[in-house]
Design a protein around this ligand. Structure first.
Ligand SMILES: Cc1ncc(COP(=O)(O)O)c(C=O)c1O
Length: 397
């Protein structure tokens, strides 16, 4: 389990010390634990079924064609950049020029986030970030030498406290790092919440980096990119990825879009991280982005059904369940089960019940805010969800 780093220490530490201090991600640790113990893994957010077969076929064709097995162009293969630009335009009315430096393909959204932070944050700059945070944000801010200023989303609603957001901004703030739909809470920021962020960003001349990897995985809630707000496109880097949308998390094909001066900073950092990203998967992701809407609708409807299956089962165990409006994850309060906190519960869970889940505590600086909360992934086959719920019922029912 990584130790919670000191929020303020980042700017003083050497780069090497900062990187050494990061530890292993809890997701990797918990997945290894699931493998060692034969537990059902509801920890890490990856589906246990493949995405659309025509996308796999497109990757196979690309591999066999002999035209995509060497380095891709730095910003990504033209067909994928074009598909990403079309996606942003058709879905959201956002104009980005695929050949004008406004789109860069990355090795997953993880690299896009890291490259955006490395490219846009100077040592000592402050980054306002929603807490609980996806763990790579903490690492990315630290590696860039930035200082994170958390704004905590609190149970039971996990809504954005716009006063707390305003209070987190200082003269040293460089950017706001957003994530909506939000991992781990499943919150989808509303138009009012996004307006508050936009207003603040414009007032203080801040950049926004927004991680929208779950943009297509919403259940009855509307996802609106903050880049669509007046005055925001020119100050926003929007990040997404094919992994979550199309159930190919292992492919690690992501992207960043926005104005050329910001995407250029992302691309500049990216070229010294990976140089270019996996070439044969890029035309396949272009194919995926061109699939009829119904494919995404079907994936979303099926995920919502599995969300309900898991949430109903967890609720039947007597747990308070926070039903998510987006993402792969549901959150519960595990107070009735008698553990001191979510970490103790999750460490005991594989041996006691044969299930793996993730304690919210690892996503917070404010350990109390997430103390009794646990995250469960529902992007798994029905059979696995039933098996997990049966095991939990035997252990705690
Ligand atoms: C909020 C968020 N951002 C980024 C990622 C990573 O995306 P990728 O696999 O495309 O790097 C994840 C994966 O869990 C995530 O939850």
């Amino acid at each position: 389990m990584p130790a919670t780093p000191d929020v303020t220490a980042a700017s003083d530490a050497t780069y090497a010390a900062r990187v050494r201090g990061l530890g292993t991600t809890v997701f990797a640790e918990m997945s290894a634990l699931a493998q060692r113990t034969g537990a059902v893994n509801l920890g890490q957010g990856f589906p246990d079924t493949d995405g659309p077969p025509e996308v796999v076929e497109a990757a196979v064709r690309a591999l066999r064609s002999g035209r995509h097995n060497q380095y891709a162009p730095g910003p990504g293969v033209p067909a994928l950049r074009e598909s990403i630009a079309t996606h942003q335009h058709v879905r959201y009315g956002l104009g980005v020029d695929p050949d004008g430096g406004e789109v860069v393909v990355t090795t997953g959204a993880t690299e896009a986030v890291a490259a955006a932070l490395l490219g846009l944050v100077d040592p000592g700059d402050e980054v306002v970030v929603l807490e609980p945070y996806y763990d790579s944000y903490v690492a990315g801010i630290q590696m860039a030498g930035g200082v994170r200023r958390p704004v905590t989303l609190r149970a039971p609603d996990f809504r954005l406290d716009t006063d707390a957001l305003r209070a987190a901004v200082s003269p040293r703030t460089r950017l706001v790092l957003l994530n909506s739909p939000h991992n781990p809470t499943g919150t989808v920021l509303t138009r009012d919440e996004l307006s508050a962020v936009a207003e603040l960003a414009i007032e203080h001349d801040l950049l926004v980096v927004t991680d929208e990897v779950y943009e297509h995985l919403t259940y009855g809630a509307e996802h609106v990119p903050i880049a669509t707000w007046p005055g925001m496109a020119e100050r926003t880097v929007t990040i997404s990825s094919a992994g979550k949308t199309f159930s190919f998390t292992g492919w690690k094909v992501g992207w960043a879009t926005g104005p050329a001066h910001l995407v250029g900073a992302v691309a500049a950092a990216k070229q010294y991280l990976t140089f270019t990203s996996g070439a044969p998967l890029q035309p396949a992701v272009a194919t995926a982005l061109g699939l009829p809407d119904q494919v995404l609708v079907d994936l979303r409807v099926d995920l919502q059904r599995r969300r309900d299956l898991l949430c109903d089962g967890l609720s039947a165990l007597g747990l308070e369940v926070f039903v998510p409006a987006g993402t792969y994850f549901a959150t519960t309060d595990i107070s009735p089960l008698g553990y001191p906190d979510g970490t103790a519960f999750c460490l005991d869970l594989p041996t006691r019940a044969g299930v793996v889940a993730i304690p919210h505590q690892v996503f917070y600086d404010d350990a109390d805010a997430g103390r009794m909360l646990v995250r469960w992934a529902f992007c798994k086959r029905d059979q696995m969800l039933h098996e997990a719920l049966d095991r939990l019922t035997r252990a705690f029912g």
